[in-house]
Design a binder for this molecule. Structure first.
Ligand SMILES: Cc1cc2nc3c(=O)[nH]c(=O)nc-3n(C[C@H](O)[C@H](O)[C@H](O)COP(=O)(O)O)c2cc1C
Length: 263
């Protein structure tokens, strides 16, 4: 007999919104009652996770430097261990996901979870408008829904997942964390002082509620303030700096497709 799983809970960190969208598309394919814990803002990370024993968890994160962001690792680390169905998911900016999905999978296994499937999906790169431009797009949403449906079928299936390990792409030991670049976003004259960036910074890096004062020690360069500013008033370097870099690196503009792993 398959499991009686009727609810799925997406737990995600998503400064520029692509990870959130993938989680929602997967949830649609699952056709289960969806619940969410959005860990993007500090208040979301302070909440306790209240979870039913048998609900399916979708643990989802963007890829930073081919790894899981530390902030995500710390937040997911607070989940209680024990048997429960889980699907680790990462979203990358059309460069590569390298060891991030394996790292998230290992975290799930170390907690004793039953991994029912894993996936790496593509979102527009946080720093660029050319890498993964406008993704996830409708084709990505469809693939995410199909993945959700496949997870549902695995859950309803008869087979036990006990002895099955998924062969996730990546390497152990994981690649080194990238070194933090010596700059933070700058504010241009377009800034209308609406404070949207201040209210939506995932790490509360704006000092004294001032959109022009960013604490370099706190900023994780997640690009939320750059991508979400209604006036387009935040930038890193000059406007084309990172797009130029992306274009120079071979393969960064070739369309990458999602990778999914199922038992
Ligand atoms: C600090 C940082 C590092 C990143 N490193 C990678 C990377 O190694 N490979 C990649 O393909 N995308 C990388 N990205 C892009 C994000 O993984 C991608 O844009 C993702 O869709 C962002 O998710 P979000 O919209 O939920 O914030 C990076 C983004 C940031 C902010």
């Amino acid at each position: 007999m398959g499991r009686q799983v009727i609810q799925c809970t997406g737990i995600y960190f998503s400064p520029t919104g692509t990870t959130r969208r993938i989680v929602r598309s997967i949830s649609q394919g699952l056709s289960m009652r969806p619940k969410e814990f959005d860990l993007t803002l500090p208040a979301g990370r302070e909440k306790n996770f209240i979870l039913e024993k048998d609900e399916l968890l979708l643990l989802a994160s963007p890829v930073y430097g081919g790894r899981l962001p530390t902030i995500v690792k710390d937040a997911f680390g607070r989940l209680t261990a024990g048997r429960r169905p889980v699907a680790p998911i990462v979203v990358f900016g059309n460069r590569a996901y390298e060891d991030a999905l394996l790292e998230l999978y290992d975290l799930c296994v170390s907690k004793g979870y039953d991994v029912v499937g894993a996936g790496a999906f593509v979102g527009e790169h946080s720093y660029s408008h050319v890498m993964g431009r406008n993704r996830p797009d409708p084709a990505d949403d469809e693939k995410a829904r199909c993945f959700g449906l496949a997870l549902r079928q695995t859950l309803l299936g008869d087979a036990s997942l006990d002895d099955r390990r998924l062969l996730i792409k990546g390497h152990r030991p994981y690649r080194k964390y990238m070194t933090k670049p010596p700059f933070v976003p700058t504010t241009t004259r377009k800034c209308a002082n609406c404070l949207f960036c201040v209210k939506n910074c995932p790490v509360g890096a704006f000092q004294d509620g001032d959109p022009r004062k960013i604490n370099e020690d706190k900023c994780i360069l997640c690009a939320a303030c750059i991508k979400l500013c209604p006036e387009g008033a935040k930038t890193i370097g000059d406007d084309d700096f990172l797009d130029d870099l992306a274009i120079m690196a071979a393969g960064n503009l070739d369309r990458k497709e999602p990778d999914t792993f199922l038992p």
